[in-house]
Design a protein around this ligand. Structure first.
Ligand SMILES: [Fe+2]
Ligand SMILES: [Fe+2]
Length: 404
């Protein structure tokens, strides 16, 4: 049985199933292992991990600890309770309508950040003027409808991860700041900071940055340097704002002080820095990487919500869920009726009941005529179905964006 335990209850002879820290490259050679020495427990604790999952069939048990399914159910019910009361942000156009423009804007931004990163690798400076129009266009698209651009941001290949991730963090920062009601100038500066937050990675040797296996402790230390490198590159960038630099310099700080490079705690971290930490982890979790397959957005949000007990500001995590929805546009979901559907739009009444397009019956295993269902409506208005769970598009061999 897989159980969630506090690191304080961890003992030699227990079998670690999951260190519960997917957001970081951590200094352990294997993810699953039997604890053999107290030194390992100290290392886990020193990494800022507070809770781990153990496999009681392979090692010692903690009788009072909850099982993984109990934890998952509890978290999901808390998220649904929150989502049922929360309304999404107003949107000027539908996501499907914005998708064509968003695609162009997204591609241009990717090309731009790719060029900028190459420049930095060659020892050149960041030319901020080149970025201003790209961030402005991204912002316009997000203000029309954030679902279109953000669903494109989830598409990445293993080899273009670093720059596509930069664009995603920029777009997510713009969207998040807008949802927080921040002013135009702050939104723009946060977007710039998001696009450039990992620019310091260009100073890290490629062999370490894209190493497919687990990192050694030394390599882990080298990767961590990217934050200080980012800060230095940005400090030397002509015309950049302090706010943009904060996004980059604080994106690995954690609410409980377990982050780096400064180990800042709570309000010592700027609001933008705290927000950057959330969006950076969200994008990393939902992306395919050399060492793992990306998680569906809803799972990633649940993990971030779970970690917000220690690592993230819980209020900001809730605001982020409101910003992108607990079933973001493009999420594949299974309905109670047995139909598969894709989320096409958030709904004005509740984040838990978006508008979806149904297209497949899992009961008869056939495609059905695509139809839009507003899950917030009652039976007489064409509604009455509800989301049972989200599904992985890979499992069904589908590209959900095709249905937008
Ligand atoms: Fe980073
Ligand atoms: Fe990052």
């Amino acid at each position: 049985m897989i159980k969630c335990i506090n690191v304080a209850d961890l003992k030699v002879g227990m079998y670690i199933h999951d260190l519960n820290c997917d957001w970081m490259a951590h200094p352990f050679l294997t993810k699953r292992f039997q604890v053999g020495k107290t030194l390992e427990i100290e290392k886990i604790s020193a990494s800022g991990i507070h809770e781990v999952y153990i496999d009681t069939s392979k090692g010692l048990d903690v009788s009072h600890a909850p099982t993984v399914n109990e934890v998952k159910k509890q978290l999901e019910s808390e998220i649904i309770a929150f989502a049922e009361q929360e309304q999404p942000l107003p949107r000027a156009v539908e996501a499907g309508e914005e998708l064509g423009q968003a695609r162009l804007i997204h591609e241009q931004a990717n090309q731009l950040i790719f060029d900028i990163m190459q420049d930095v690798r060659l020892g050149q400076q960041v030319e901020l003027e080149k970025m201003e129009p790209a961030v402005a266009r991204m912002t316009q698209s997000i203000l029309r409808n954030n679902g279109a651009l953000l669903s494109l941001c989830r598409i990445k290949n293993k080899d273009d991860y670093t720059f596509r991730h930069s664009v995603s963090v920029g777009a997510l920062m713009v969207s998040f700041c807008n949802a927080m009601g921040m002013d135009k100038q702050t939104i723009h500066l946060a977007g710039i900071g998001g696009m450039l937050h990992d620019i310091g990675k260009m100073k890290i040797p490629d062999a370490i940055l894209n190493k497919p296996g687990k990192l050694t402790e030394d390599e882990f230390g080298i990767i961590k340097c990217h934050v200080v490198e980012s800060e230095q590159i940005l400090q030397a960038t002509h015309g950049i704002s302090e706010l943009s630099i904060l996004v980059a310099s604080q994106h690995h700080e954690r609410h409980d002080g377990s982050g780096y490079p400064a180990g800042l705690k709570g309000a010592e971290i700027s609001e933008l820095g705290q927000m950057a930490a959330i969006v950076d982890v969200y994008d990393a979790l939902t992306s395919d990487r050399c060492y793992h397959k990306g998680m569906p957005p809803t799972d990633a949000l649940r993990k971030i919500y779970e970690w917000s007990k220690f690592h993230f500001n819980p209020k900001l995590v809730q605001a982020f869920m409101r910003c992108i929805g607990i079933y973001p546009v493009g999420t594949l979901v299974l309905l109670k009726s047995g139909r598969l559907a894709v989320v096409i739009e958030q709904n004005d009444t509740s984040l838990a009941a978006p508008k979806v397009k149904v297209f497949f019956s899992t009961k008869s295993n056939v495609h059905i005529r695509p139809e839009i269902v507003d899950l917030s409506r009652g039976m007489t208005q064409g509604g009455s179905d509800r989301i049972m769970r989200h599904e992985s598009p890979q499992k069904w061999g589908l590209d959900p964006l095709r249905f937008l």
